[in-house]
Design a protein around this ligand. Sequence first.
Ligand code: ASP
Length: 334
Amino acid sequence: MPEPRLPAIAVLATGGTIAGVQSEQASAAYRAGALDVSELLAAVPGLGQLAHIRAEQVASVGSQNMSYDVWSRLARRVQALCQDPAVDGIVITHGTDTLEETAYFLSLVIRHDKPVVLVGAMRPATAPGADGPANLFYAAALAACPQARGRGALVVMNEDIHYAREVQKISCAGVNAFASPNRGRAGVMRGSQAFFYSGNTTVHSVASEFSLETLETGGWPRVEVVHAGVDLGGDVIEFLAGRCQGIVLAGVGDGNATDAAMQALQRAAASGVAVVRASRTGSGRVGRNGEVDDDAAGFIAAGELSPQKARVLLTLGLSQTRDVGKLQAYFDRY
Ligand code: ASP
């Protein structure tokens, strides 16, 4: 009998703790993105039996420094690899700090059904019990798995599979730092097998109306987040309103803030800045016209999106329109 063909997986490396090196093993100090992709792959036992791997270094950054420039290059490579019939799936190694934003962004601009799996690690590659090699093994296995097709970008951390729209880094430490607080994880990895618990019911990939080209030709709209709390003044919002096309409120509770902040946001909205109300709580759904009268204020409600994902969607949305009704429709749809 002929040997079954091994899947072909492309690994795109961007840096992060998964490629991090400590100054000494007992130390918490380390440098993210220090190892190159060949060194990461060499540390994963059994990878060669799982898939034919080809690897590229797209960037070497801690993901706190992820940029629109790297996003552009990454999205272009992912799209090209998706269109290459010799590639079955794509893995992206990434720092964990902004991994959820990159995953969500890719799920909205990549026009293909091929598996795209993002993965990181909470411990540097040189740490005792480094989680990177296991996470990378599961990511490659998932990218090779036919059931991973058509679900948009996926994230694998600590044997859990997450949908890009749902996943959040919920802790700054520990290997169990990722969760999907609103809808639950997508599934789990057991060995090289993926078990999905749910379908991805949200809009992404081929059904998305956003494109990298629109952002690149029209420029990336500037959107910033204001974090609400006790006694927040309106001056920070006024400052941002003069510089941004969009402001996301990481509001208290159901997307709320002090009267002074809300009045400043209302003035910003009246002057043409798109204002989105999200919640700083970490889960739940910010709907329209609860305690805040969004219709009167001209605000957009973020629904289930965290402030950081609302920032991604508003950036994409503003590359297409400044119409508040249309922007709200994006938040209802994506
Ligand atoms: N600061 C690192 C990064 O996001 C943290 C990590 O990867 O876990 O690149």
